[in-house]
Design a protein around this ligand. Structure first.
Ligand code: MN
Length: 255
């Protein structure tokens, strides 16, 4: 099996190292990741200047590893169209330092890189750890993520999707199991820290503490906080088909 691995925390981040170390047991891995951290880049692409892809050494037995001077989506796109010798069987993005659940999936570069695979009909997954600590241990999450990926491959699931995997930051014995979930709902409180610079001028720093709105057990964030590894299937088509059907005939549209 050929696997493309991307991330948004950058090619030297501990999360991608731990993930690739496990994935090398599953197949032939090529890493294409940003040369610096590009978190919250979403699906942004670099258009105004050229991209550099530098081949680098990687601390795991990969086939090749490239550090790209672009966004997570640039990395996945370049990997799939140019750097890989053939179409991979799997695109995996992560492991992100910090969860990607609820509305955060819209901002996530980790999830966006995985979507580049789904856009091309390839089975794709985003993996995130529920901890923002740079010293967090990613090895437990890496093993559980690979366990999830093996299950998805063996079950022959719909390939043109992103399977959004979020793992609690606990020891492996404290993980209660794997739960299939839907995207939850949170509300952010106190989103910007208002500060003053040494010259008395205001500046703002995005922070935000999420409050869980939907407490149903099948929500991604509820499952992870309860100690489960969460898998949410995401699709590229954002059309609300229920609303599409309801709107049809409700409005008289000019021809
Ligand atoms: Mn990140």
């Amino acid at each position: 099996m050929r696997i493309l691995v991307c991330n948004d925390d950058g090619i030297t981040a501990p999360g991608i190292t731990a993930l690739v170390a496990e994935l090398c047991n599953l197949g032939r891995v090529i890493v294409v990741a940003p040369d610096s951290e590009r978190s919250a880049a979403s699906s942004s692409l670099t258009l105004a200047h050229p991209l550099r892809a530098r081949e680098v050494t990687f601390p795991a037995p990969v086939e090749k590893a490239y550090a790209v001077s672009g966004t997570p989506a640039d990395c996945a796109k370049m990997g799939l169209s140019t750097l890989l010798p053939e179409k991979p069987d799997l695109v995996v993005s992560g492991i992100n330092c910090g969860p990607n659940m609820c509305v955060d999936i819209f901002y996530s570069g980790t999830v966006a890189a995985a979507f580049e695979g789904a856009f091309r009909g390839i089975l794709s997954a985003a993996v995130s750890l529920d901890s923002y600590s740079p010293r967090a241990d990613f090895s437990v999450a890496a093993r559980w993520a690979v366990r999830c990926l093996k299950m998805l491959v063996e079950a022959k699931v719909e390939p043109a999707r992103v399977y959004n995997i979020n793992v609690p930051c606990v020891s492996t014995t404290e993980i209660k199991g794997i739960k299939l979930t839907r995207t939850g709902t949170i509300d952010y409180r106190e989103e910007y820290d208002h500060r003053q610079d040494p010259y008395g001028r205001s500046y703002y720093w995005l922070k935000g503490s999420p409050v869980i709105v939907d407490t149903a057990p099948e929500c991604d964030i509820v499952a992870v906080k309860a100690g489960y590894v969460s898998i949410t299937p995401l699709k590229p088509d954002l059309t609300d088909m229920t609303l599409y059907a309801a709107l049809n005939g409700k409005m008289v549209l000019p021809e």
